[in-house]
Design a protein. Structure first.
Length: 186
């Protein structure tokens, strides 16, 4: 190699030295760029992995939200069915409830008096409540028949309270104030 270089004159040696220096600078620049690109690739790979994890998390949340939405839709359908089947209609709520009570009283063979209707409005829930209170007089068996008839009734009609006022064990008679609640949609 020395012999080849000795064949070159001074000008050619300078050009060769400049070219070697340029080649060395190019190699250093290339090595610097490769190291920088490698670290950038590492960061990009980490970002990609983080984004994949975020995507999985978002996909799970989306699926959960979709299931929740479907449950809400099912709940709304169930509420519509409940409103049709179990709530009294607002237009005929008073009349429908009165007719149902007459049917219940006659089916149970109950004597009643002093019937009173009170209306409450639950605006947030979108329903109204009718409180029906009356005085029941009869036997214990008649009271049980009445409660079973109310329990089997298809509409939302509930016994809220029974207050016994008179109990005569010898005659087998009792007297009680009964509070019922019926519900209808607004």
């Amino acid at each position: 190699m020395k012999e080849l270089i000795s064949l070159l004159d001074v000008r050619e040696r300078r050009i060769m030295g400049a070219l070697c220096l340029l080649l060395a600078a190019s190699l250093l620049f290339l090595a610097f760029v490769l190291v920088k690109e490698r670290s950038t690739a590492g960061r990009t790979l980490k970002n990609l992995q983080n984004e994949k994890l975020n995507y999985k998390k978002l996909d799970t949340e989306r699926n959960d939200a979709r299931r929740d939405f479907e449950r809400w839709q099912d709940g709304l359908r169930d509420m519509e069915e409940l409103k049709k089947s179990y709530f009294y209609d607002e237009k005929s709520a008073g009349q429908g409830l009165r007719l149902d009570l007459q049917q219940i009283f006659s089916a149970a063979g109950v004597n009643w008096s002093q019937i009173k209707y009170d209306y409450s409005d639950f605006t947030a829930e979108g329903i109204k409540k009718v409180d029906v209170s009356f005085v029941f007089s009869g036997s214990y068996a008649a009271l049980i028949r009445f409660l079973e008839t109310v329990e089997k009734h298809p509409k939302f009609l509930f016994v809220e309270r029974i207050s016994f006022t008179t109990i005569d064990p010898q005659a087998g008679k009792l007297e009680a104030k009964i509070n019922l609640a019926g519900y209808y949609e607004r």
